[in-house]
Design a protein around this ligand. Structure first.
Ligand code: NAP
Length: 266
């Protein structure tokens, strides 16, 4: 079937595209690099022509509640309106395990997105997962200052983005279900521990400080709710551990990029 993947060039989006193509689906990628700005709502109608399913893995990088709510509200509204006009039969939204009581900062945007999806006339599935293994790189690239990385204290149960990609294609193929089983990783971890092991693996000498972030957001990250299991709902457990992912990632990198280490430090 024809699947449109909004954010298909991103960290998880690339894996959704690869999994969908492996299974023989006709894939359309929506991203600004592909000429479709979902936040502005430009060229959406043409991009969704003939699509049966839309998988939304768009993202913005912000801790501002206002910016996060604005981005996820605008992109979700534009997508759902264009899907309704195009006759799309299934909207799949990727969200995050355990965020229900963390209505602040970035997670306020995700909760606003979930509410719009639930209220929409487009049949939908909200699929929640825990943090990706790749989250360690994503955070470190934003919170590194010279020889120090600040790791927001986070209790997580990380999962490989490649497994999230395959899970989202399973969800897309299964048809609208309202809510998919949560996908969580195989082991508990901390973000500081993940970043330290990533640096050790890459031969990067940098101190990682485990810092408790303030407010509702910081309390949520440190509380353990992001590991899931609190609500007792259905869940799937990923197979690849963070350390296995590190080894795979290391092997798949080019020698020169290995020598350069992660792109943190900007
Ligand atoms: N990171 C995690 O650990 C984690 C865990 C669970 C769930 N999630 C969810 O997974 C989703 C994807 O996260 P990610 O880390 O894979 O994102 P990412 O790497 O930051 O990629 C974001 C994607 O969105 C596209 N995009 C951004 N703004 C756009 C716009 N205005 N119009 C069209 N495309 C736009 C980007 O392409 P262009 O720049 O070319 O536009 C890119 O393809 C998010 O919703 C996040 O909440 C993340």
């Amino acid at each position: 079937m024809r699947i449109a993947i909004a954010g298909g060039t991103g960290t998880v989006g690339r894996h959704v595209v690869a999994a969908a193509e492996r299974r023989g689906h006709d894939v359309v990628v929506l991203s600004r690099a592909n000429g479709v700005d979902v936040a502005a709502g430009t060229r959406l109608g043409a991009a969704l022509a003939g699509a049966e399913v839309v998988v939304d893995v768009l993202n913005t990088t912000t801790l501002s509640t206002r910016k996060a709510v604005s981005f996820f509200t605008m992109t979700t509204r534009h997508l759902l309106a264009a899907e309704e006009a195009a006759g799309v039969r299934h909207h799949v939204a990727l969200s995050i395990v355990g965020i229900d009581d963390i209505d602040a900062s970035y997670y306020a945007g995700k909760l606003a997105q979930e509410r719009l999806v639930r209220a929409s006339r487009v049949p939908h599935t909200i699929a929640r997962t825990t943090q990706f293994h790749e989250f360690a790189e994503q955070i470190a690239s934003q919170t590194t200052f010279g020889p120090i990385t600040l790791a927001p204290r986070t209790l997580s149960r990380p999962v490989a983005a490649s497994e999230v990609g395959a899970h989202l294609v399973d969800v897309a193929e299964s048809g609208p279900a309202g809510r998919a089983p949560d996908l969580v990783g195989p082991r508990d971890d901390t973000l500081a521990g993940m970043i330290r092991r990533m640096y050790a693996h890459d031969g990067v000498s940098r101190r990682v400080l485990d810092i408790r972030f303030p407010g509702t957001y910081g309390a949520g990250l440190a509380s353990g709710v992001l590991r899931g299991g609190g609500g007792g709902g259905a869940r799937r457990i990923g197979e690849t551990t963070f350390d296995e992912w590190l080894a795979i990632r290391h092997r798949s990198r080019k020698p020169e990029s290995r020598a350069a280490g992660p792109s943190a430090g900007t």
